[in-house]
Design a protein around this ligand. Sequence first.
Ligand code: SF4
Length: 356
Amino acid sequence: MTILVPEKPKRKLKPTAPFVPDLVYFEPQALEYEKGKRIMEWVKANNIEYRMTTSHNRITNLPGETDQEKYRIAKRTLVVGLRKTLKFDQSKPSAEYAIPISTGCMGHCHYCYLQTTLGSKPYIRVYVNTEDILHAAKDYIEERKPEITRFEAACTSDPVGLEHITGSLGDLIRFMADEEFGRLRFVTKYHHVDPLLNIKHNGHTRIRFSVNAEYVIKNFEPATSRFEERIEAAGKIAHAGYPLGFIIAPIIWYDGWEEGYSELLERLKENLPQEATKDLTFEMIQHRFTKTAKNVIEQRYPKSKLEMDIAKRETKWGKWGQYKYVYPKDQQQALREFITERIFDAFPQAKIEYFT
Ligand code: SF4
């Protein structure tokens, strides 16, 4: 007699919730702006504790006993202020300029370069003077036209994860839709794209999702949306007519990386709707770190499996005036060639923008 063992029902995972800060600071001037007022209403409606501060650059009284605790609390703290510096940084190789709408992120990716670039200010800052930021962008576009000027909105943050609070990406997308010579792009590890789906974009905004081998997502990307959620969101973005892309970053050399990255491309191919595969771009960034980053990461994530052995790496001069450690040439080449082949196997029409 055959005994039928009922299949175990698959555990339904809860969707990754949109970010809700534990504490919010406001610069008084921010409340003179519509966006600032709206954020205040949202804060009150959600019963979130808030305080006033003189400057978004000087939040000194954050709670927490140890540095690690302070860091964790800072990552759940939102600061609402005005962007004063309207000179944009360069953002090679993905765009000409970084457009600043937010700084800091609630994700806990161990390898994230914000660990060092934000120094002692890991809290999340959002800027409400979007009009000023758009005027500055307009000047950059005018200066370079008829060349196209591309703006990257995710250089210092993951703005998709903050969109339900600020609406700033929506403002940028609408603005860029009417700019003949301006383009917007941003990358995300969050799937909360619904506020972007019905916006007029004219194909001038490219939205990319950061994806990786399961090993990397599982071990190094806490507090971000799951792979399946990101892919589902990518399908929605393509359906809304936006140009779509993927960034595979950081590419990590680990035992089993070939299987890991093959599987990544297979899963993308299986799960992406057909309409998402037209005009698809890929960017590839190998893992790198500086000595400062290594120290900070070891303090903040002491149990991390992230390999940062200087003896196994090669140096490259970095724009922050420090050497960064990348993989030796032969490993770089192996990663690049292997993943490139897998990309073209899965998506023969895709465009690879760069490997760095
Ligand atoms: S989601 Fe992006 S910006 Fe946020 S911590 Fe992770 S790598 Fe950094």
